[in-house]
Ligand binder design. Sequence first.
Ligand code: RIB
Ligand code: CA
Length: 304
Amino acid sequence: MSKKRAVIIDTDPGIDDAVALAIALNHEELDVKLLTTVAGNVSVAKTTDNTLKLLSFFEKEIPVAEGSAHPLINEFEDSADIHGESGMDGYDFPKPTRQIETVHAVEAMRRTILESKEPITLVPIAALTNIALLFAMYPEVKANIEEIVLMGGTMSRGNTNTSAEFNIYVDPHAAKMVFQSGVPIVMVGTDVTSVAVLTNQETEKIKTLGKVGEMFYAMFKHYRGGSLKTGLKMHDVCAIAYLVAPQLFETQATYVEIATEGPAAGATVADLKMKYHDEKNATVCVEVDVDGFRNWVINELSKI
Ligand code: RIB
Ligand code: CA
């Protein structure tokens, strides 16, 4: 049995986060050391509550630490229009029994990373506020971080304004700090997450997967990241897929700059000809094996 990969997932459940966490928490190749929450799809109080609800649902004992309630500089804007007021509308989860850590997410990440015997992979599937604060307050953690595999950004069109994907749009200043941190980044953006959608064929199959399938299908009916008819966008699931099945993706190394002001704020601008930069700071997913991804999702959810 090969060694499990040690990961910390920073999340804002969020219906696509919920599917991503379900797969990550149950995957034989991943050792999820810590879950941290942040304001994003909905308030941090709700994303934290949702994370605890999912841990109870999947009967997992993993520490959860609550993070930033607010972007570094911008006013907070949620996406309750996509995920519902609760952030996970459609399914009535029992009240969570677990408690969160007594320290802030940044402190919990610092401790987990510095105490880990093996390098940690950071998996942010939300705004990058916590990650930026971590690097600003405790830059020494970078020495024990293998890489950052993040869902965010786009080299094509945005989903929040013409050029910005939501996770970067919410906190572009944090994203700029993270992309300038020097830590290796894999950017899993809407270039691939907007095509690797779950069609009716997959969602009907998921519906038959017992309690887990019933829960997800109930939420899918409320999820506005696409639709049951046109295909559901599983943005965050793509980041987990990259972690354990990178062969599903084609990538391109480049330098990604973040626009922080004006109408294109949140844009992830790739210097594809390397005209303005000498070094590359990100490996960007540019293509995905859509059928392979769909089969992988069904296979992973069937194992839970
Ligand atoms: O743009 C998609 C991203 O924004 C996903 O992480 C989704 O959960 C929302 O956070
Ligand atoms: Ca998310």
